[in-house]
Design a protein around this ligand. Structure first.
Ligand code: ADP
Ligand code: GLC
Length: 476
């Protein structure tokens, strides 16, 4: 089985969020299931630098406004196609935003180009390799299934994974022709959404299958509260939809062998010593209360504004909070103010992968108060490091944490704390629960052991993807 994965991010080449972790972990996980997955990525400067050059596979004189080529290389253990289109991707900034934090105005063309290159590879193959399945991720690859059907007119089975339904890849209707789209598809049954072109909708409508990254989010996606306007489209295709839980790379996130634990941290020393180191790194004083962390993008999705309101409760029991994140400037400032006003709160604004590992190793608990969370990865890292997750009851957070309710505690099965409904009041109550559980060190120790015993790797989900692909490909 050969699968082409088309994604806008993939570790270790480029990452802004969990999509990169998933796209980067799948090839190795699937190889163990007999699936050869290759990845197609945009040639951002960082990708070109890290992947190096390779063999040119295809060239185009005019790919949405300039010359482009796709080259192939083997890097970090898997086959990688890079779409090198200098006019679209060779620029500094993030994959999606310019230096001022605004969407690149040509994002529709940039990711139409990625989708086009993916469709072309799937349809025509290259160097003797042709995928049996095209696997598109999120809106950035959403047009690939459409291009395959409409332009290349080859049936290659396609699946789209929704990592986050909030991002649609909208474009003004007057760009239809420029995006190589046909006016006949610009209908409510097709790619039109409130008068605009919608790349994610194209993926949802034109793919053979739809997956998302947890079973609970798969159900949520069919409801208006979570579907971001696309719930009707998804409901209509509910028989094509399934949720496959994300795993984590258990080699990269291994508390026993984590290279990111600097000298002052240690895998062998265990939680107590790492907690001392983490307090020192964040300049937090000694305390008997729980040392909590947040590692997150700072956006509305992540609910960090709710946590600001619940801080006093956490502080009352001697709790502390170390925050690592970046995103909305208003939220960044609010958290910086909270840290300035409160000696028990410390904040680092920025993105720091190594620090995030040290935080997992040193913390007692992680707080993930997301308003919605398709899967969420940080609670999975936390489980592995014996850091108790306090999470909103939504999406993948609901599927990965066993809440400390009386039944689960009596059965000795609890791994964390869940709160519902997702709001400041319930989060505040969860802070009381956290403080109470933490003060009962016997129960807390049991929860930590349970957490660390949870299977958070890829094996089960890789099997589910392999079964899905097998189901999509007609028997030879
Ligand atoms: P999302 O993809 O919605 O941001 P996930 O929990 O799936 O949420 O994935 C987020 C990923 O990004 C995790 O690997 C997390 O550790 C990482 N991350 C987020 N913010 C930061 C940060 N400021 N520094 C380091 N890593 C971060
Ligand atoms: C998205 C979601 C997150 C998920 C990640 C990887 O960014 O917000 O919940 O874990 O994709 O699938």
């Amino acid at each position: 089985m050969k699968v082409l994965s088309v994604a806008s991010e993939c570790v270790p080449f480029i990452k802004t969020g969990g999509l990169a972790d998933v796209a980067g972990a799948l090839p190795a996980a699937l190889a163990l299931q007999g699936v050869e997955m290759r990845v197609l990525l945009p040639g951002y400067p960082e990708v070109l630098r890290k992947a190096g050059d390779g063999d040119t596979i295809t060239e185009e004189d005019d790919l949405f406004g300039g010359p482009a080529r796709v080259y192939f290389t083997r890097a970090k253990g898997f086959g990688l196609y890079v779409l090198d289109a200098p006019h679209l991707f060779r620029r500094e900034g993030t994959p999606y935003l310019d230096a001022d934090g605004r969407d690149w105005s040509d994002n529709p063309e940039r990711f139409a180009a990625l989708s086009w290159a993916g469709a072309r590879l799937a349809a025509q193959g290259a160097g003797g390799w042709r995928p049996d399945v095209l696997h598109a991720h999120d809106w950035q690859a959403g047009l690939a299934p459409l291009y395959l059907q409409r332009h290349f007119r080859v049936h290659v089975p396609t699946v789209i994974t929704v990592h986050n339904v909030a991002f649609h890849g909208a474009a003004q209707a007057d760009r239809l022709a420029a995006l190589r789209l046909d006016a006949t598809d610009f209908t409510p049954e097709g790619i039109e959404f409130w008068g605009q072109i919608n790349a994610l909708k194209a993926g949802l409508v034109f793919s053979d299958r739809i997956t998302t990254v947890s079973p609970t989010y798969a159900r949520e996606l069919t409801r208006p509260e979570f579907g971001a306007g696309l719930d009707g489209v998804i409901r209509a295709r509910a028989d094509r939809l399934c949720g496959i839980l994300n795993g984590i790379d258990t080699d990269a996130w291994d508390p026993k062998r984590d290279p990111d634990l600097a000298k002052t941290y240690s895998a062998a020393a265990g939680k107590a010593a790492n907690k001392v180191a983490l307090r020192a790194e964040f300049g937090l004083p000694d305390s008997d209360g729980p040392l909590c962390i947040v590692v997150s993008r700072m956006t509305q999705q992540k609910g960090l504004d709710l946590l600001l309101e619940a801080l006093p409760t956490l502080m009352e029991c001697g709790g502390q909070l170390a925050v690592l994140g970046s995103g909305d400037t208003a939220l960044e400032s609010a958290w910086q103010r909270a840290a300035a006003e409160n000696p028990s709160v410390a904040v680092r604004i920025g993105y720091d992968e190594a620090l995030s590992h040290r935080m997992m190793a040193g913390a007692d608990a992680i707080i993930v108060p997301s308003r919605f969370e398709p899967c969420g990865l940080t609670q999975l890292y936390a489980l592995r490091y014996g850091t108790i997750p306090v999470v909103a009851l939504t999406g993948g957070l609901a599927d990965t944490v066993i809440p400390a309710n009386p039944a689960a505690l009596a059965a000795g099965a609890a791994t964390g704390i869940q709160f519902h409904p997702v709001g400041a009041q319930a989060l505040n109550l969860a802070m009381f629960d956290l403080c109470a559980l933490f003060s009962d060190q016997k129960t807390w120790g049991q929860m930590r052991r349970n957490a660390m015993a949870q299977p958070v790797g890829w094996e089960r989900s890789a099997r589910a993807y392999a079964d899905l692909y097998a189901d999509m490909v007609p028997a030879q």
